[in-house]
Design a binder for this molecule. Structure first.
Ligand SMILES: [Zn+2]
Length: 307
């Protein structure tokens, strides 16, 4: 059963598969994310009302559907403000952007599920990293990488809500491949997160902890292992679909259209720095894009049809 848990001082949380922060000030509440669905939003709102509090703000860490799924319901019932970073705000207001960029165009209905695309909601305040939600002492921290404009939020009680910057090892194991929008920024975020002080860290998917560094280490290893795996897969020239198939097989992902675009997108984010660093090269022999270790491609005479 869902309940409100006091983390420290005026900082509370609804701890669930998607943790929701509840920051209280004079009987009013700023929520950090709203859960995965309108029903999650309804249950969070009920818990807040039972305490006699009213929701004044929602602050979203990022635009993924499992974090903004309760936005629309809560905003409609309370007329609360909604704060998000500029990049995430665009996707919170136009949630089809998320599935659109996963599919590279307007996505088919089979991808546009509640899991991938929440109901849009209205952002009323842009909150960039380094800024505070006025009067609440909630400070936005740049945690980009998992999504392009993800922020974490620190509360005046020293509690740091870290969104999906790092996720629990059991969740990593369940999904096999974490979602990555920008793998270079993600690795930078890991480095910065290790240096940040807080009394408590609250990952959206995982347990509250006092030391985030072990969690960062597990997540960093996962990303670096995937990078090494991609280089290994591309020892032979591979199409992007062959790369997705190889990753799905080694991580036991049963592929449907939704899992395909998620895996393909994360793989692309990991491939970008490999191309930029010259470790992989793109080859169009025979008219088909194949990615391969750079030295392999350089050995192929140009114009050779591999088929
Ligand atoms: Zn996410």
């Amino acid at each position: 059963m869902l309940e409100l848990t006091n983390l420290k001082g005026n900082t509370w949380a609804v701890l669930s598969p998607v943790n929701v922060g509840v920051c209280v000030k004079d009987g009013e509440v700023a929520l950090i994310d709203t859960g995965a669905s309108p029903d999650a939003g309804r249950r969070v709102l009920k818990l807040v009302k039972e305490k006699g509090w009213s929701v004044k703000w929602i602050v979203n860490t990022h635009c993924h559907a499992d974090h903004i799924g309760g936005n629309h319901f809560i905003q409609k019932r309370t007329e609360c403000g909604l704060a998000a970073s500029p990049l995430e705000a665009a996707c919170i207001e136009h949630t089809a952007f998320e599935t659109n960029w996963l599919w590279s165009a307007a996505a088919p209905r089979v991808i546009r599920t509640n899991f991938m695309e929440a109901e849009p909601s209205q952002v009323t305040k842009l909150l960039s990293p380094g800024e505070e939600l006025e009067g609440w002492g909630l400070r936005a921290v740049d945690l980009s990488g998992h999504s392009h404009g993800q922020i974490g939020l620190t509360t005046p009680d020293g509690v740091f809500f870290t969104g999906d910057a790092v996720i629990a090892p059991r969740v990593l194991a369940k999904y096999g491949i974490p979602f990555v929008a920008d793998s270079v920024k993600m690795l930078d975020t890991f480095d910065r997160l290790e240096t940040m002080a807080a009394d408590l860290f609250v990952p959206s998917h995982g347990e509250v902890c006092t030391d985030v560094r072990p969690l960062v280490q597990v997540n960093r290893e996962c990303v670096l292992n995937l990078r090494a795996e991609l280089l290994s897969i591309c020892e032979k020239p591979r199409t992007r679909d062959e790369i997705v198939a190889a990753l799905a097989q080694s991580h036991n992902i049963s592929i449907d259209l939704g899992q395909y675009v998620l895996t393909e997108s994360a793989a692309s984010a990991l491939i970008t720095p490999l191309l930029d660093e010259g470790l992989l090269a793109a080859d169009f022999s025979g008219g088909t894009l194949r990615l391969a270790r750079a030295e392999t491609v350089e050995r192929q005479p140009s114009g050779t049809d591999k088929n």
